[in-house]
Design a protein around this ligand. Structure first.
Ligand SMILES: Nc1ncnc2c1ncn2[C@@H]1O[C@H](COP(=O)(O)OP(=O)(O)OP(=O)(O)O)[C@@H](O)[C@H]1O
Ligand SMILES: [Mg+2]
Length: 203
């Protein structure tokens, strides 16, 4: 069997990780690559959740089951399929069901904290960091959470400065220098082209 390449794409919330990975997937083809998202590994928080979510820090590594994510990456590397948990953001509950995830030639791992967790980053073949200024990340997140997640602008702003920003500064930003490539709005298309070529060479 051909080797499976696992590529981690990290960066702050709203930096453009999913956009970058989705573009690559689109260009390479869905049958060759799949995306594993960090968010699937949230630990069930339904028991401690209060209405505004303030009691849970969803940006801290302790909110996620990175040990399971690491095991899953090892399984994929061996060519085995995995059962990915399903996390419901509305109720903060992990479903009883799973998504059956088949190993693909290229597996992208998308998440804000993946470069800060040894169980995860030790299983990555390449690390790409998507860099984006804080004010732009904030305005994108404000739009997403109010439009798609029914949150109030005040709530989104409070969460950003209480949790998102401090956790970003502590756990996300320092991992930029561990990445083999840094993508930003200016070099986005050029780096996309670069990775497309590099990945295609290995197929
Ligand atoms: N290079 C870019 N140029 C213009 N807009 C962009 C670019 N990259 C991302 N965006 C826009 O910014 C928003 C956030 O991007 P995206 O969802 O990819 O971020 P993310 O890093 O995956 O965020 P999250 O951590 O919240 O999942 C989207 O509306 C997207 O269209
Ligand atoms: Mg995303």
């Amino acid at each position: 069997m051909s080797e499976i390449i696992i590529i981690g794409v990290s960066g702050g919330s709203g930096s453009g990780k999913t956009t970058f990975v989705s573009r690559l997937q689109e260009l390479l083809g869905n049958d060759l690559c799949s995306i594993l998202g960090q968010d699937s590994y949230y630990i069930d928080q339904s028991h401690r959740f209060d209405e505004d979510g303030g009691s849970v820090n969803f940006d801290h590594p302790s909110a996620l089951e990175f040990s399971l994510m690491g095991e899953h990456l090892q399984d994929l590397k061996k060519g085995n399929s995995i059962q990915v948990p399903i996390y419901d953001f509305a109720t903060h509950t992990r479903s009883e069901e799973f998504i059956h995830f088949e190993p693909n030639r290229i597996v992208f791992v998308d998440g804000i904290l993946i470069f800060s967790q040894p169980q995860v980053f030790e299983n990555l073949d390449h690390k790409i960091f998507v860099d984006c200024p804080e004010d732009l990340r904030f305005s994108r997140r404000l739009k997403r959470d109010t439009v798609e997640r029914g949150r109030t602008p005040e709530g989104v702003e409070a969460q950003f400065y209480k949790q998102v920003k401090p956790m970003h500064d502590q756990f996300v930003e320092p991992t930029k220098e561990t990445a083999c490539d840094v993508v930003n709005v200016e070099n986005f298309d050029e780096r996309l082209e670069h990775w497309l070529k590099l990945i295609s060479k290995h197929l």
